[in-house]
Design a protein. Structure first.
Lengths: 278, 258
């Protein structure tokens, strides 16, 4: 029976067969690093093209609306479910500390800062990367391998302006709005879990949240992160979608690579923003 | 223009859950029967474990830094005493975050990979060819990945947790001047934390390959179908990780107390 080819990611395209000695392993390592750099560079070029189209106003508005509906509205259920559960999980994790120090009043603060600054943007981005990013790569990848993108070029329609730019702004806006929704729902989930598990009244939770230890800067911190994550997801999925080759298995590999690069990019950017904007 | 890569009729949640349960049962039965291809499990362990190592180390390294930095920043606002920062960080890591964040990352990488591979085999009729040869696709495709994932997952989580602890220690030292010996404080860790953490590792290690293999096996429709299967695998695995996290954390809290 046929053996499935190993699912090589596009970012590891330079990988050769079994390395025979140390120097081959070293070149494999550098190959990995150089292909990572190549991916980042390609995404940078794509970003500059998108910004160029935006500045010149060459964005297809109908496609933008369609993207916003498909990506934003259809992601609401999954974002809502994730946020509620994450709020509950955060309270479960904070419960030992709260009970040890009798700090019921601080539960709102603890859940609040974790959610607003880190967990809501991060988990929303991961969920949307999995759902919207993967879907986007699959769509663009299918269009590329079935030569529909070449047909667009043949008709003198600019694929970047028509396909990529609306998706870019669609994903960024989706992530921004979903993070706001996730912030809200995660705090509700946390307050429910606090009530059920620790007997912390919702009013106490609310006071802990708004008591003065948290501010607008925390919310804004989370929202800036969400916009940057949106950019990372959009660039990664569009780049790997357009660079797909190899038929149906190629689409699968492209989706795999896009999702992996999005996730790694999200974490690295999270760290950089956390330090840049304390 | 091609429509969105979706299925025509999404099966309901109950149907999907029952199919997943049946797949899990078949996989367990086929694994216990024996007669797997030689080296298949080892090859999958390489694919799942070794090939994810770099990605996981990067992610968990940054995770450790972010967590320590944010927690330290906030604790400084309220209680300017950072002596328990390391202890709470370690407890949170072992009990929850190491397994869950690794699971989310592996759901994207491994889940997408399994679904893409199996999905493209389904779409190019290779799985039908397996049926024609009288071979069981579940035994030959799903079982090696399931066993490999169970084995490698715990090891990856342990290694990733070590990386996160290392970067967290460095962050606490560099940004808050905390002595590594103060930071590496195991006083808040106890057996229930480790048990809950390990239970999560096993649950995620079992859930991710089953959900991804199910998504791959139900692919149809050419390259669009492969893309859709990969998406479903990633979304399903991520959701399962979050729900299982909630359930196991809740069970741990109920059984072992705070």
């Amino acid at each position: 029976m046929a053996e499935a080819p190993p699912a090589a990611t596009l970012a590891q395209v330079s990988r050769q067969t079994e390395p025979a000695d140390a120097s081959a392993s070293l070149s494999e390592l550098f190959g990995g690093v150089s292909s990572m750099v190549a991916v980042v560079g390609a995404e940078g070029v794509l970003l500059s093209r998108i910004l160029g189209r935006t500045v010149r106003g060459e964005v297809d508005r109908a496609e933008l609306t369609r993207c916003l509906y498909r990506m934003g509205i259809r992601s609401v259920p999954i974002v809502a479910v994730t946020a509620l559960f994450v709020g509950g999980i955060m309270v479960i994790q904070a419960a030992p500390t709260v009970q040890r120090y009798g700090a019921q009043g601080l539960l709102g603060w603890a859940a609040g800062f974790g959610t607003l600054r880190e967990i809501a943007p991060l988990l929303t981005a991961l969920m949307i990367s999995g759902r919207v990013g993967a879907n986007n790569t699959a769509e663009l990848g299918t269009m590329t391998v079935t030569e529909q993108v070449d047909a667009l070029r043949a008709m003198a329609i600019d694929p970047i302006g028509y396909l990529v730019t609306p998706r870019f702004y669609g994903i960024v806006l989706t992530l921004f709005l979903s993070t706001i929704l996730a912030d809200f729902l995660a705090l509700i989930g946390a307050s429910l879990a606090g009530r059920v598990l620790l007997g912390v009244e919702p009013m106490v939770f609310y006071n802990g949240l708004t008591g003065g230890l948290l501010g607008v800067s925390d919310v804004l911190n989370g929202l800036i992160k969400s916009v940057v994550f949106g950019g990372a997801i959009a660039l990664s999925s569009c780049h790997f979608g357009l660079a797909t080759e190899g038929g149906a298995p190629g689409v699968g590999r492209a989706v795999n690579a896009a999702v992996v690069v999005s996730a790694a990019g999200i974490f690295v950017l999270d760290y950089l923003i956390s330090f840049a904007i304390p | 223009m091609s429509q969105s890569a979706g299925t025509t009729a999404e099966p309901g949640l109950a149907v999907t859950l029952s199919e997943l349960y049946r797949l899990l049962r078949s996989t367990l039965r086929a694994s216990l029967e024996g007669g797997l291809e030689r080296g298949a499990v080892l090859r999958q362990m390489y694919e799942i474990g070794n090939r994810s190592l770099g990605f996981l180390c990067i992610v968990m390294g940054f995770m450790g830094m972010i967590l320590t930095y944010q927690a330290g920043l906030q604790t400084q606002r309220v209680v300017p005493d950072l002596s328990l920062l390391g202890a709470t960080f370690l407890e949170l890591l072992v009990r929850d975050l190491a397994a869950s964040i690794c699971a989310l990352m592996l759901a994207t990488r491994v889940g997408a990979g399994i679904a893409a591979e199996i999905g493209s085999m389904v779409v190019t009729e290779q799985v039908d060819a397996l049926y024609m040869c009288g071979a069981d696709p579940i035994k030959h495709l799903v079982c090696p990945r399931f066993l490999a994932s169970l084995g490698m997952f715990t090891m990856l989580v342990v290694l990733a947790a070590c990386v996160a602890v290392a970067t967290g220690t460095w962050t606490a030292n560099a940004f808050f001047g905390l002595n590594p010996r103060t930071f590496l404080n195991l006083s808040l860790l106890s057996a229930p934390d480790v048990i809950v953490g390990l239970a999560k590792c096993v649950a995620y290690g079992a859930a991710i390959p089953i959900i991804s293999a199910h998504a791959g096996l139900t692919a149809f429709g050419g390259s669009e179908g492969v893309g859709s299967a990969t998406t479903r695998a990633v979304v399903g695995s991520s959701l399962a990780v979050i729900v299982l996290n909630f359930l196991i954390s809740g069970a741990g809290y109920a059984l072992f107390g705070p």
